[in-house]
Write a protein that binds this ligand. Sequence first.
Ligand SMILES: [Zn+2]
Length: 341
Amino acid sequence: MEQIENARQNLLAEYEKLDDKTKILRSVEFKKLYSQIPALPPEQRGEFGQAVNGLKQEFEQKLASLQDSTSTKPAIDVTAPFDVNVKLTDQPQVLPASNGSIHPLMSEMDNLLSIFERMGFEAEESRAIDDDYHMFEALNFPEGHPARDDYDTFMTEEGLIAPAHTSTMQNRVLKARKERIESGETIQVVIPGRVFRNEDLDARHEHTFYQLEGVVVGEGINTGHLIATLQTFLETYYEKELEVKTQPFYFPFTEPSFEFAMSCPFCDKAGCKVCGQGWVEILGCGMIHPNVLKMADIDPEKYTGFAWGGGIDRLVMMKHDIEDVRHFHSGKLDFLKQFGN
Ligand SMILES: [Zn+2]
C-alpha cells in the first residue's frame, strides 16, 4: 500500500501547517483516495477502502487527543480552590448564603460587645499586624525584659509583629482620648481582636485566637472599680449572680496585677468538669502601670486606671462544652452547623 503511505506523509505535512487542524479531514488527499475506490477492481476495493478509512481514523484520533489536551480545557490554575477541568457534577458545590451562619466566635464577640456598650464602653478593634513599640515598649517591657519571652509570636523579616495580645492597642487608645480625661471624663474602651502565639498546637492551644481587652482611665479610678466592672459584666453575661475573687499575678503593664476568678456559672460551685473545684479563672487584670500611662502622655500622679484581657475562645468552649479549640479554625461544616442561627 505504497499509495496510502505516500498519502499519509502528504497529510502529515499538511497537518503541521494547518492553523485549524480539523480541516485535515477535508483535505484533497482524502478526496483523491476516496475517488479512486470505485475505479478499482472489485477484489481490491475492500482492502483499499479499509486502508483509507484507517488513515482517516488516524487523523480523527489525532484531532481528538489534541482537543483533550488543549482547546476545550482551560489551563490549570494552581491557585484555584479546585481543578476547573473536573466534571461539573464532581466539583465542590458552593452553598448559598442562606445556608451559612455566623461563626460561634463572632456571634459571641457581638454578644460581649453589646454588653459592654450598654455599660458605656466604646469598642476599637486591635490590629492584625503591629510593631515592637506597641507590643512591648509602650507596655513597660523594655528591650531585653525577660517577660517578653512569655509572648512568643510571629514576626515579619522587617520586624513587624503579629500581636500576641490586644494590649498592643492600649497606648493608641489612651493617647487618642487623653484630652477627654483632662475635661473630667473617664476613658472606657473595649478592644476586641485576633491575636497570635507561637504555640505547640493541641486541644487547648491554637496559634490564632481572640481576646477582648478593656481599658478604663480617669481621675480616682481604683481596684474597687475594676472588680465591680468585671463582676457586673460576668453576671450580665451568665445571667446570674456570681462570686468573684482575685489573686496576685504578674504582668509588666499592670501594678498590682491579678488573676480574676468567678464562682462557676455552670455548677454554682458544686464542682464540675469546667471548674473542677467550683472556681473558674477567667481573665488577667490589674491597675495600669504608671509607666504605661506616662507613655501615653497621661500624668500617673493625677489619673489612674485599670485594664483586663481575656480569651473569647475559652468562653465559647466553656459555654458550649467544646473539647478542642482547633475546631474553631477547622472550617468543618459539621462543627459550624451546630451554631446555626
Ligand atoms: Zn463548675
